[in-house]
Design a protein around this ligand. Structure first.
Ligand SMILES: [Mg+2]
Length: 219
């Protein structure tokens, strides 16, 4: 286990903070299928959110179309999203070690371009519910361990106030903010290998790797 070495050599760790979108939840299939359905991309577009975003931004009104697509995926179609491999095992490892997990997500209540006015935070909570996050034999999470913040700054403030020892996020930008607390270990989840090695961050391409990094006797 890697953490701060406390008194008597006891390793002090946790709580662990985790981002939600594209860190725990995978929207890749939804982005692909919906973008195809709406005729925004052709079948030869690459997989993954970034490839689809880049292709849509090329078309006229691309930025708006991209925002509309995101509104659809994170709102009315949230139930089609998948849990990323290895998340469940990681959570169970945390339960076994009595480590708390906090999910801290930058998510507004409503998307600007969603005509259905779906509450995005409610959709995310429902998704976690359906996937067993709050079940008593599930992932050891309580509903009050989930925090939605309206801005990136508020998200970082939450990471600080909850005194997370580690934070796991798919976006480098979170860690590059000047206000990001120095004492929090930064784990960048990078399943597509977009990032090379980053100073001050641990880059992991899978949840198996994250679990191994944190609990090196676990895998
Ligand atoms: Mg994210």
């Amino acid at each position: 286990m890697r953490g701060e070495e406390g008194r008597n050599g006891v390793v002090v760790m946790g709580p662990i903070g985790v981002d939600l979108d594209n860190t725990i939840v995978c929207y890749d299939d939804g982005f692909y299928r919906t973008a195809m359905e709406l005729g925004l991309v052709g079948p030869d577009v690459g997989r993954g959110k970034k490839a689809i975003r880049d292709a849509i931004r090329e078309i006229p009104n691309g930025e708006i179309e991209w925002q509309k697509l995101q509104a659809e995926i994170y709102g009315p179609r949230m139930d089609q999203a998948q849990m990323i491999d290895g998340v469940e095992r990681f959570c169970r490892e945390c339960v076994r070690r009595s480590l708390r997990i906090h999910i801290i997500s930058h998510k507004t209540e409503f998307a600007h371009y969603d005509p259905t006015r779906t509450n995005l935070r409610t959709a995310a909570m429902n998704w976690m519910d359906t996937h067993g996050f709050f079940a008593s034999d599930g992932f050891g999470l309580q509903r009050d361990s989930v925090f939605f913040e309206s801005t990136r700054e508020a998200k970082i403030e939450r990471i600080r106030s909850l005194r997370c020892s580690h934070f796991i996020d798919d976006l480098e930008e979170t860690f590059l903010e000047e206000t990001f607390p120095n004492e929090v270990h930064r784990i960048l989840f990078d399943p597509y290998g977009h990032y090379g090695p980053r100073p001050g961050m641990t880059v992991c391409s899978s949840w198996g790797e994250i679990t191994h990094h944190l609990f090196d006797d676990a895998s």
